[in-house]
Design a binder for this molecule. Structure first.
Ligand SMILES: Cc1ncc(COP(=O)(O)O)c(C=O)c1O
Length: 220
């Protein structure tokens, strides 16, 4: 399905699907966990799947800089910085808040050579995103702007692909999933899973657990 879609491969697929024996026993249902936390690129997580398609598109468009926003220890920012490095692109991160200790993801962003603009708040970061891109263009660069957490149609293709992996892996065990439960923040992962399962012809219910306490935002 994705053979004509630009993509930069960042990790080995499929990721493991492990049965949680004890939890399954306790709950009386079969529970499997998709180990995207174990993605080997830049300490893994769901952001890497989105970035495969986003960076693929940035390269296809001839862009030279990835620009994005995130909280000071954002996993999205860390993986964007790492993916830029791998692709030979520059990364410009806009992070909040200003007062920080150099450790964790922020330290990794710096080790991946990302340029960082510090701002006070999420609102200020979102405002600054286009201004930074404009300034880069003025200097002759070709920025690719990634909105918060990569929740754009190109990014969600990563979880369309993940949905197909899940269906195939469970199919090998003769299992049809009834529910897919996951953490939902920007809604990008959820959108990809819903679309992927639909395209795969699987009637499972996707339950996103809102990590931000901003259900109204997700419902929009
Ligand atoms: C491990 C993990 N799962 C899920 C999410 C939510 O992803 P999304 O922003 O695509 O809804 C996040 C990000 O906040 C995350 O770090």
């Amino acid at each position: 399905m994705f053979k004509d879609v630009p993509k930069l491969s960042l990790f080995h697929k499929p990721t493991l699907l492990e049965k949680l024996e004890k939890l399954s026993e306790e709950l009386g249902v079969e529970v499997y966990v998709k180990r995207d936390d174990a993605i080997e690129f830049a300490m893994g997580g769901n952001k890497v799947r989105k970035l495969e398609f986003i960076v693929g598109e940035a390269l296809a468009m001839g862009c030279d800089t990835l620009v994005t926003v995130g909280a000071i220890h954002s996993n999205h920012a860390r993986t964007t910085a790492a993916a830029a490095k791998k692709a030979g692109l520059n990364a410009h991160l806009i992070l909040w808040p200003r007062n920080y200790e150099v450790k964790g993801n922020l330290l990794l962003d710096m080790l991946y050579d990302a340029e960082i603009t510090f701002v006070e708040s999420r609102e200020e970061a979102l405002e600054k995103l286009n201004a930074v891109a404009k300034e880069l263009r003025r200097k002759g660069a070709k920025p690719y702007v990634i909105p918060l957490d990569g929740a754009i149609p190109t990014g969600i293709l990563g979880y369309v692909e993940a949905a197909f992996e899940i269906v195939r892996q469970l199919g090998e065990l003769n299992i049809k999933p009834k529910y897919v439960v996951h953490a939902s923040g920007s809604g990008g992962t959820q959108a990809g899973l819903v679309l992927g399962l639909k395209l795969a012809g699987v009637n499972a219910k996707v339950i996103g657990i809102d990590i931000m306490g901003k259900l109204n935002y997700l419902k929009k």
